[in-house]
Ligand binder design. Structure first.
Ligand code: SAH
Ligand code: SF4
Length: 362
């Protein structure tokens, strides 16, 4: 049995554990500060905790559940982290610098995209994450540790300031809302003032459209932002590329999104990947603009990132611009993101897929 992961332990539980050790509660709070705010790399750096106490803790808890397996990207560009989990599975996070107010607010400096599952069961036709099917849900600590490990990496690079990541997008590998309870447990800690302290409005959860869980998320108290992977504005087009649309067709999805909008007051983004010949027809723009207006949502157009083994391609830049302009004419708020990560497999699931294939071949 491996030891319990440290990062997902709640303040109250750690205080209780410290009481059993005969230590005062504030020592537990010091530990949380070292881990979540000062981003120390090991037990030894927690200098105000006595060595025998640190040894007891080290026997009880796993310091980190993720280990860096590969890092791609350099300078001030998008960087991709591939993590090895304790059972050998691989997941990835993507760090995007100075993203001008895509999901959060204008002060946004660094956005980190984290994974919630190993693989994905939803099988969208264009996506690398679903290609090898679903392996397992991530534990809360495995979600939290992606953030902490990036912060530690930044600190080791001599990064200035208390923290690097001030915006979190739950858009890496997996369907976040299919791992609802563990995701929300992780976000609770990433959001808590005594822990990582990332504001709820700086956290965006992306979903392919799990209607019951969108409603659950609307009913819980935190003000997380919601991104919906739409990728088609009619059932015919959406169903063709996203199997989930057969279970929850657009009318149901729109109603759940409206419930979310009503509860959280305008926190929705509609994600729309542009794939040549599949969903870039101008027949899609009237229903897409109509939905965006109804939900007071912003549309995020993303030119498709090609994936090894899949034949889809992005439309030409002029076709992208035409789609964008048509939406604007129909009264939608739109951004067209010619993203920075195209050259480093920045769409979710791609680095893992490539690495697993390389490992299989070697
Ligand atoms: N499962 C969730 C979150 C992870 S996918 C969801 O589907 O929303 C995060 C986003 O990346 C989704 O909008 C997804 O459709 C998009 N995506 C997947 N593959 C892509 C690719 N090859 N190019 C561009 N975006 C892609
Ligand atoms: Fe899963 Fe999202 Fe990829 Fe669809 S787009 S296969 S839901 S990760």
């Amino acid at each position: 049995m491996s030891a319990a992961p440290l990062s997902s332990i709640h303040r109250d539980a750690l205080r209780e554990q410290f009481r059993e050790y005969g230590e005062p509660a504030y020592r537990a709070d010091q530990l949380h500060k070292w881990l979540h705010q000062k981003h120390v790399g090991d037990w030894g750096a927690m200098t105000n905790l006595a060595k025998p106490l640190r040894e007891k803790l080290a026997a009880e808890y796993t310091f980190s559940t993720v280990e860096l397996a590969k890092l791609q990207g350099s300078g001030d560009t998008t960087r991709k982290f591939l993590w090895r989990l304790r059972d050998g599975q691989l997941v990835e996070s993507v760090l995007i610098p100075a993203n001008p107010a895509l999901y959060g607010e204008a002060s946004d400096r660094h956005t980190l995209c984290v994974s919630t599952q190993v693989g994905c069961a939803y099988g969208c036709k264009f996506c690398a994450s679903g290609l090898d099917g679903f392996k397992r849900n991530l534990e809360p600590a495995e979600i939290i540790d992606q953030v902490l490990a990036v912060e530690r990496w930044n600190k080791e690079q001599g990064g200035a300031g208390e923290r690097l990541v001030n915006n979190l997008v739950i858009m890496g590998m997996g369907e976040p809302l299919a791992n609802y309870d563990k995701l929300l447990a992780a976000l609770d800690i990433l959001n808590a003032g005594w822990a990582t302290n990332i504001g709820a409005r700086k956290i965006t959860i992306s979903t392919s459209g799990l209607v019951p869980e969108i409603k659950r998320l609307a009913a819980q108290p935190r003000q997380y932002r919601l991104a919906i992977s739409l990728h088609g504005a009619t059932d015919e087009v959406r169903e063709h590329i996203m199997p989930i649309n057969r279970k929850y067709p657009l009318a149901q999805l729109a109603n759940a999104a409206e419930e979310y909008q009503y509860a959280k007051k305008g926190m929705i983004t509609l994600e729309y990947i542009l794939i040549a010949g599949l969903n870039d027809g101008l027949d899609q723009t009237p229903p897409l603009a109509q939905l965006a207006r109804r939900l007071r949502a912003k549309v995020n157009l993303i030119p498709y990132n090609s994936v090894d083994g899949l034949e889809w391609e992005r439309p030409s830049e002029s076709a992208q611009d035409a789609f964008c302009a048509a939406l604007q004419n129909e009264g939608a708020t739109v951004t067209l993101r010619r993203e920075k990560g195209h050259d480093i497999d920045a769409a979710c699931g791609q680095l893992r897929l490539r690495t697993e294939r390389e490992l299989a071949e070697s």
